[in-house]
Each structure stands twice: as structure tokens, then as C-alpha cells.
Design a protein around this ligand. Structure first.
Ligand code: SF4
Ligand code: MG
Length: 322
């Protein structure tokens, strides 16, 4: 049977000035029910753009999907007309963003926003929708939900607002949940609580989750599988255990060295030197070579290395991985 979600050789381009740059270059992965795929990388690596392509939320800069397929239960989403695509996503695929304040409508109560979603798609009568809205706030552990459904987004703290966003995303019981840096704007304790909650709900409902994050601590806690992205490409794929125990790509190794660790308190973080490339200045050869400690001539002269299989089913795009 077809995987829950399959992205195959996805290509996305941005128009920048007179030119066109590649923002996502040949990204492929599959997602199964009950599994969490973490997509990690610095900003500008194409991880959010991949998520936006699935949801057809690509907006600025002017962006275009120029190749590949996105299959939901075997059905090619890219081949669907706009209205049908919106229906499939509305019903089966939901997304949670970093910024709940921007995603929620400030002029309506939280309860209204939840009940409208349920009434529009589930045709629930108002009273049933209200009851369900309260249950959804209970599910995401918002205290005193009967009262809080009557309040407006600005009356919620950042963490509580993020829970409301998750409730909204779960309202129609999606099979796929995309979480794009869902807790980045929150303080560390609240981040941990919300990620734990999200992980619990995901497992309980056997949703497939794509978790986009630059936080490897979060990855260690909730992911099953990890894709590492750099300059629009996937440069390493592995199980969560393998990513931490034996990372194959020098970029992944550098990311891991940059994690703050409690047992190294006070020590200088080993941040990756240099910055990720601008999309219109992706270096020839291996795109990581200007920052790579292990770079040799071949890294500059040969075309960008493709993903190849390493021992244990891992893959890495590096001439020298293992
Ligand atoms: Fe570094 Fe070369 Fe591997 Fe690229 S191909 S990651 S530059 S060693
Ligand atoms: Mg992003």
C-alpha cells in the first residue's frame, strides 16, 4: 500500500530579481502513520519551503514548484486543482506554525475559531461544535476550557496560544501534522511541555508528523527519523539513534557539536564557522565546502555529492562519509 505521505524529488524555485534560484533541490522522503520525521538545518536550508510546498502555502518571494511529486496516500497533490488540494489538506493535513498570534484571528474568540472550523467541514450544529471546542482545549491541556473558549487570542499567554493553535490543527483529526518550529518563540520550559504534549497526541492518534526544527534537543526527544538539510538539499538521513551516535555527514557532525549540553555547562559552544549560503550564491561542488573542516580539492571540483547509502540504512551526501 502507498505510504501516508511521499515527497519525491521535489524542486522549488524562487524568483529573485531577474534570476531564478533553487530553494529546494531534489528533496525526497516518506512518512508513515505514527512516525515523526524531523527535518533539521539552519535557516534558509529549505525545510520550511518543503512544508509550504506540501500545503501550497508558498508565497513570498515568488516561488514555484518546478518538479517532483507530493503524494498523499498515493494521490498526487501537485496534480490537483486548487480547490481539491485545499479540500485534501483541510481534511487530512494540518500545519502548526511558530507564530500563533499571526495565525489566529484577533477579532474572534478562540471558541468561535474552533467552532467555525468544525461547522464548516463537519457540519456540526452549533451546540455540538461548542462542546467539541471545549474538548479540544482540554486535549491540549488549556486549564479552565469552558471559560477560555470565550476569550480572544490576546488574552492567552504565548504558550497557551500555541496550544490553541495545536487544538485548531487537530480539530479535523488530520492524518498528517506538520509542525514548523512550533515552539521556537517560547521560553525553554514551555517549549518542552508543548513538545511533550505534541508527541503524546501524535503517538496516541497515530498521526504522521513532520517536525521542522533547528533544535536537536527536541529531535532527540520526539523524532523517529531525521533528515538534515543544507542549501536546499537533504544531506543526511538516518534514524534518530544513528544521527546522534554516528552522524555521517560533516555538516551533521558540526550541528551536533553546536548543541548546548548540560554536562558541559560554561564551556564555549562549538558553533559552525561561517554562515549558510545565500540561495543565489550556492557554491559550486559540495555546497558545504567553504565551511567544511574535511574539504579537499574534489569537494570543490566535482559536482555536489548525491545521497548514497552507508552501513545500517543511513544515507549521506559527502564524498568522504565513512
Ligand atoms: Fe565536506 Fe567534501 Fe564532504 Fe562536502 S563532500 S561535506 S566539503 S568532505
Ligand atoms: Mg523556517
Amino acid at each position: 500500500t502507498a505510504p501516508l505521505l511521499e515527497v519525491d524529488d521535489l524542486q522549488v524555485e524562487f524568483r529573485v530579481g531577474q534570476g531564478v534560484v533553487s530553494a529546494v533541490n531534489g528533496v525526497s522522503f516518506t512518512l508513515e502513520p505514527g512516525r515523526t520525521l524531523a527535518v533539521v538545518g539552519e535557516s534558509g536550508s529549505g525545510k520550511s519551503v518543503t512544508a509550504q510546498a506540501i500545503m501550497r502555502l508558498l508565497q513570498t518571494p515568488p516561488a514555484r514548484i518546478t518538479g517532483g511529486r507530493i503524494l498523499f496516500q498515493g494521490k498526487d497533490l501537485l496534480a490537483l486543482p486548487e480547490t481539491e488540494h485545499r479540500a485534501v489538506c483541510g481534511e487530512h493535513i494540518a500545519i502548526v506554525f511558530q507564530d500563533a498570534l499571526a495565525a489566529l484571528n484577533p477579532v474572534y474568540t478562540v471558541g468561535f475559531q474552533l467552532t467555525e472550523a468544525l461547522r464548516a467541514r463537519r457540519h456540526l450544529p452549533r451546540s455540538a461544535a461548542k462542546k467539541r471546542a471545549i474538548e479540544l482545549l482540554e486535549l491540549v491541556q488549556v486549564p479552565n476550557p469552558k471559560q477560555r473558549v470565550k476569550e480572544y487570542p490576546h488574552q492567552f499567554s504565548g504558550g497557551m496560544r500555541q496550544r490553541v493553535m495545536i487544538a485548531l490543527a487537530l480539530a479535523l483529526e488530520p492524518e498528517v501534522l506538520i509542525a514548523d518550529e512550533p515552539t521556537t518563540a517560547l521560553d525553554v520550559t514551555v517549549q518542552a511541555q508543548i513538545m511533550r504534549l505534541l508527541g503524546e497526541i501524535q503517538r496516541e492518534r497515530q498521526m504522521g508528523m513532520i517536525l521542522i526544527t533547528h533544535d536537536l534537543g527536541v529531535v532527540a526527544e520526539v523524532a523517529d527519523q531525521v533528515n538534515v538539510m543544507y542549501a536546499g538539499r537533504v544531506v543526511e538521513t538516518a534514524t534518530v539513534d544513528d544521527i546522534f551516535a554516528r552522524p555521517g555527514h560533516p555538516y551533521t557532525q558540526a550541528l551536533l557539536r553546536s548543541i548546548p549540553r548540560l554536562d558541559r555547562k560554561g564551556q564555549q559552544l562549538d558553533a559552525i564557522s561561517g554562515r549558510p549560503p545565500e540561495l543565489n550564491r550556492i557554491p559550486a561542488g559540495c555546497p558545504f565546502h567553504p565551511r567544511c573542516e574535511r574539504a579537499e580539492d574534489i569537494c570543490r571540483t566535482d559536482p555536489a555529492p548525491q545521497l548514497r547509502e552507508l552501513a545500517g540504512g543511513r544515507t549521506a551526501a559527502c564524498h568522504f562519509a565513512e
